[in-house]
Design a protein around this ligand. Structure first.
Ligand code: FES
Length: 358
């Protein structure tokens, strides 16, 4: 199981009015367990006003840079993001979980691929990592980025993106899409929607020839682009996406696990094992999820989003059956192997066993 490590903050840097980047001094001894692929995220925890607050943020640094850096955009009433933007400074210590996540791009010098990415706002962070790694490691690959923001000032990492673009003019194309500022062409004014996605496909890439797509930003943009690409003939397996959260999911995208009338109120004997220690408790089929229930019984379990998008709470179901409310991150082969998102799981047999060490 991934555990939290006490890691010193190396640098906190203002990137825009409401966004800072935070880099970490990962000790040499921990570097192997902090290896990552571009697209993956760190889970951070801090005690803020007496309350432990945990969030996950995509790494914007690239593996070849031997650096661990995330970007934290301030959200209204966001406890962690406000703390990071207003209080956090170099030399402070945060609890940090090693990099995780299924939204990733494994680079190889042999690849000769075209990657296309749609990002909005702080959705740029995993893309920046991917772009830097692809440019460095895959000399024959191309990357096309469509990046949505309000205006030029709110473009996070603009200078860095421009620097990379100038260095790799023939392989990296960057198209800014601004909703509150008119640029030269109408197709880059507004939000990234179906019409724009179709226009970009016509002008800048052949949908079925692109090797893979990477989408990160608000759910509305993600699902619109995903559906448009599918409509343009792109195989769904080529479309990878990372949701910020499930809070803004459109209706119909956030089902709750179904329960048969006869199962209502039934109880399951649950055993959760973590770090070799087992916790036994009873849980109603239509009660809270396995993660929250086990946390309530004192288990020290990994989690971040609690919304089925980050994968931090993944564990193996070694006995019985569960259903999940949502799953935006487990791959089919992980499900096949018995992995579940415990923050979304509810028992459907009279006993279940869940192993976080497997
Ligand atoms: S905590 Fe993020 S998917 Fe469960």
């Amino acid at each position: 199981m991934s555990t939290m490590h006490q890691i010193k903050v190396k640098k906190v840097m203002k990137e825009t009015d409401d966004c800072v980047s935070v880099s970490f001094d990962v000790p040499k001894a921990l570097e192997p367990s902090f290896d990552y692929l571009p697209g993956q995220y760190l889970t951070l925890e801090s005690e803020i006003n007496g309350e432990k607050v945990r969030r996950s943020y995509s790494l914007c640094s690239a593996p070849h840079e031997k650096e661990w850096k995330v970007a934290v955009k301030q959200v209204p009433q966001g406890k962690f993001s406000t703390h990071a933007n207003e209080v956090l400074k170099s030399g402070d210590t945060l609890s940090v979980m090693p990099p995780m996540g299924n939204f990733k791009l494994a680079c190889s010098p042999d690849h000769s691929n075209h990657y296309v990415s749609f990002a909005a706002g702080s959705g740029i962070t995993p893309m920046l990592s991917m772009i830097k790694e692809v440019m460095e490691v895959e000399p024959n690959s191309q990357f096309t980025l469509f990046y949505g923001n309000r205006n030029t000032e709110s473009v996070i990492f603009r200078e860095e993106i421009e620097g990379i673009k100038n260095r790799y003019l023939n392989r990296l194309s960057v198209h800014y899409v601004l909703s509150k500022e008119r640029l030269m062409s109408e197709i880059f004014y507004g939000r990234i929607d179906e019409e724009k996605c179709r226009a970009y496909a016509k002008a800048f890439f052949n949908p079925t020839e692109v090797h893979s797509y990477y989408l990160c930003g608000p759910s509305q943009m993600i699902f619109t682009v995903r559906d448009t690409l599918k409509d343009l003939g792109v195989d769904e397996s080529k479309i990878n996406f990372e949701l910020f959260s499930t809070d803004d999911l459109p209706t119909g995208e956030k089902p709750i696990a179904e329960i048969a009338e006869v199962d209502r109120g039934k109880m399951s004997a649950v055993k959760v094992t973590v770090d070799g220690i087992s916790f036994d408790f009873d849980l109603a089929y239509d009660g809270e999820d396995v993660l929250d229930a086990a946390l309530g019984y004192g288990a020290d379990l990994p989690f971040a989003c609690k919304g089925g998008v980050c994968c931090t709470c993944k564990a193996k179901l070694t006995k019985g059956e569960v259903v999940m409310d949502v799953n935006y991150t487990l791959e089919p082969d992980e499900i096949e192997a018995g992995y579940i998102l415990t923050c979304q799981a509810h028992p459907r047999t009279e006993s279940i066993e869940v192993d976080f060490d497997a």
